[in-house]
Design a protein around this ligand. Structure first.
Ligand SMILES: CC(C)(COP(=O)(O)OP(=O)(O)OC[C@H]1O[C@@H](n2cnc3c(N)ncnc32)[C@H](O)[C@@H]1OP(=O)(O)O)[C@@H](O)C(=O)NCCC(=O)NCCS
Length: 203
């Protein structure tokens, strides 16, 4: 794993594992919480700003591009091969497109993607710019997300449609148990090493 201390992130918490073949562009605009894993072959461009919460996993072959803003809240994960676009070229026919074209002939859109807490995005899903994926959403494999997703709902398809409710109570109950174990009374994250030492002392 990469020793994250050598990467100049805007902020990087504890227990962050970045596999050596992950490619991180513009780390100075990227903030990362605690207990995060970024797998090999992830391509992460910081864009305008990227904020990754705690207990977040970004699986192999996922790419995050588009030069806009990305926020991924706590306990959320992107499965393998997810494509997150925080910006886009203009497809209308009024402008030329892609980065080889001089700026006066194209009109790239810089936007955002916000993935709220407890979201799981299925493999190979494409997320287009300008969307908020609500808390607790699950997105099936191979989906296309073009619009906001309502909280605690399962979506799939191209374009993705809501298919059923994802019950929130159990996940929120698990979150509160996890927080009781992994955060102190003041809401500070307890690292894995600290937790192991605490358990050792209790033995
Ligand atoms: C969306 C998902 C969670 C639904 O699971 P489920 O509730 O068990 O749904 P079912 O398997 O019973 O499927 C119900 C129907 O939806 C269809 N369906 C399920 N997932 C679909 C998807 N991703 N895209 C299109 N259709 C899908 C099924 O074919 C089935 O259709 P039918 O009734 O006509 O036969 C699951 O299919 C999925 O895509 N999971 C993501 C898995 C993944 O990406 N894992 C990566 C590692 S974490």
């Amino acid at each position: 794993m990469i020793e994250t201390a050598h990467i100049k992130f805007a902020r990087c918490g504890l227990d962050v594992k970045i596999w050596p073949l992950a490619k991180i562009v513009s780390p100075e605009v990227i903030s990362i919480g605690n207990s995060v894993i970024i797998d090999d072959f992830v391509f992460l461009m910081g864009g305008e700003r990227t904020i990754i919460g705690s207990f977040v996993h970004i699986a192999s072959f996922t790419s995050i591009t588009g030069c806009g803003e990305l926020i991924i809240d706590d306990y959320s994960g992107l499965s393998s091969g997810v494509r997150v676009f925080t910006g886009n070229d203009d497809y209308s026919g009024q402008w030329m497109a892609h980065p080889t074209i001089p700026g006066t002939y194209r009109k790239p859109l810089r936007s955002y993607v916000h993935i709220e807490k407890h979201v799981i995005i299925g493999a190979n899903t494409v997320i287009l710019p300008g969307v908020t994926i609500g808390e607790g959403v699950a997105v099936g494999a191979n989906s296309l997300i073009k619009k906001d997703c309502e909280p605690w709902t399962v979506y799939f398809g191209t374009p993705a449609r809501p298919v059923k409710v994802r019950p929130r109570e159990k996940i929120l109950e698990l979150e509160s148990k996890l927080r009781a174990e992994h955060y102190d009374g003041k809401g500070n994250y307890i690292s894995k090493a600290q937790l192991a030492a605490m358990k050792e002392r209790k033995r």
